[in-house]
Design a protein around this ligand. Structure first.
Ligand code: FMN
Length: 455
């Protein structure tokens, strides 16, 4: 195996409530039963994936004031699921999407440090900020943050969380065999954080965890989101799973990271992607078409476009052309609680019209064409080659993979594609590190307070 060859990082995505997951499929599991999470995580570990990944939704989605009837509704709490998975897996990282806008640093630090302890160094936090006051209504502080301030809060939250994690050093808790008691350094856990968002001080309850600092992921593509990630994240959950935009994003983030004083390899770019396998290429392409048509019904296509247009488009024919009216960004939001925000509604609408015209696609077809995640379609050998090539040409450092069929869809990937990636030398045959940080090839973390005072 060549040493310069990039290893492919793999995460297993269990998204939950979006239209990518076919919860209505006769073989689909429940979105809440432990068995769904357990099977996906065990399968990912069998395939030597780096981590299992949970998205998060903090409000039920609404369209024009009514709950969506498209998607499945409701999901359990991320920490509870990940903690239970720690007990049934050994090496797999456990990554949770948790909002920095509505949670307090002390709670966040405590929960992730605890997960890191319980899992033996496998915890990861996907820091998201949310963007809407609608989601905020569920929380004590409500939608109190202007979008422009979300990353100010996220940065201060993450710094505070790191201060809390670092308030204990590795050797701070010592077992005293004579007395049979644990003794802590006198100032163990002491912290004080003051900034524009927080004024907190005290002692942190959780001794230093195996990773010291759990792995940090980020998802969000605005300029502020990119700078926040470039300065702080170990990896990005990216929506760019297609070339050439993926390479553009990759270069942009790596150069922002360098500008922030980091090495390009300190931050990994991991697009979200789905896969469809067939015994022949033609079979895989046909299967992929069928799955897309099932995922994006006419009604789903309209809802996805309403998110961009911010208008009621229910009068449009999904099999007709893309609407020729302009988006209405200033109207009250028609769709509430969806995670992904389009930065420029007019540009997106114009692009959809252009693609539809150039490829002669209907409204529904252009939504399928443009909204699909990474197009990993083909025979197992083709998909292994596509993944490897994408990573080697710096489209990404790996993928966060989700299957439309939860929890069984990942089995096929692990049985048929993983061995081929291993044969190519692109994926480890076995876990090599003790922690998620090790397995991801990330730089180590200094050992908290005691070491920090030495430097
Ligand atoms: C690929 C991707 C996945 C995301 N997943 C979630 C999620 O699971 N839960 C959530 O609350 N927000 C999620 N977000 C939303 C981000 O947290 C963020 O609120 C939003 O993208 C706006 O940030 P931005 O302005 O930097 O793009 C995701 C964003 C992206 C790009």
């Amino acid at each position: 195996m060549s040493t310069s060859r990039k290893q492919v990082i793999l995460g297993a995505y269990l998204g939950g409530v979006n239209h990518h997951t076919a919860w209505w499929h006769p073989r689909a599991g429940s979105q809440i039963d432990f068995g769904t999470f357990e099977h996906t995580a065990r399968t990912a570990e069998r395939g030597r994936f780096d981590f299992f990944f949970l998205a998060e939704g903090l409000a039920l989605r609404e369209r024009a004031g009514e709950i969506f009837d498209q998607d499945i509704i409701g999901r359990p709490d991320t920490f509870t699921v990940l903690a239970s998975l720690a007990a049934v897996t050994e090496h797999l990282g456990l990554a949770g999407t948790i909002n920095a806008t509505f949670n307090e640093p002390y709670e966040l630090a405590r929960r992730f440090a605890s997960l890191d302890h319980l899992s033996g160094g496998r915890a990861a936090w996907n820091v998201v900020t949310s963007f809407d006051a609608f989601t905020g209504q569920n929380f004590r502080r409500g939608g109190f943050l202007d979008p422009a301030d979300r990353y100010v809060r996220a940065e201060e939250t993450l710094n505070a969380v790191r201060t809390l994690w670092d308030s204990w050093a590795d050797g701070d808790l010592v077992a005293d065999r004579e007395s049979g008691r644990f003794l802590a350094r006198a100032d163990a856990g002491a912290f004080a954080v003051r900034g524009s968002q927080f004024d907190i001080s005290g002692r942190f309850t959780v001794p230093r965890s195996p990773q010291g600092r759990p792995v940090i992921l980020q998802a969000g593509v605005s300029p502020q989101g990119r700078d926040f990630a470039a300065a702080n994240a170990d990896a990005i959950f990216s929506p760019y799973g297609k070339l050439p935009e993926a390479v553009k994003f990759y270069r942009d983030i790596k150069s922002r990271a360098v500008a922030a004083g980091r090495a390009p390899g300190d931050i990994k770019i991991l697009p979200s992607a789905s896969f469809v396998l067939g015994d022949t290429e033609a079979e895989a392409v046909e299967k992929s078409r069928e799955i897309s048509r099932e995922q994006v019904t006419g009604q789903t296509a309209l809802i996805l476009l309403e998110q961009i247009w911010n208008r009621d488009l229910s009068g449009y024919d999904p099999d007709g052309p893309v609407p020729d009216i302009d988006p209405d960004p200033d109207a009250p939001p028609i769709i509430q609680g969806r995670a992904f925000v389009h930065q420029d509604r007019f540009a997106t609408a114009a692009r959809l019209r252009e693609v539809a015209a150039a490829k002669r696609l209907s409204l529904r077809e252009v939504v399928i064409d443009q909204f699909e995640r990474g197009p990993l379609v083909g025979t197992p050998a083709q998909v292994a080659a596509q993944i490897d090539a994408f990573v080697q040409q710096d489209g990404s450092d790996g993928f966060i993979l989700g299957s439309h069929l939860v929890p069984w869809g990942l089995d096929e990937f692990v049985d048929r594609v993983v061995p081929l990636l291993q044969e190519r030398g692109a994926l480890r045959a076995d876990y090599t590190g003790n922690t998620l940080r090790d397995n991801l090839g990330l730089p180590g973390v200094r050992s908290g307070a005691a070491v920090a005072t030495d430097v």
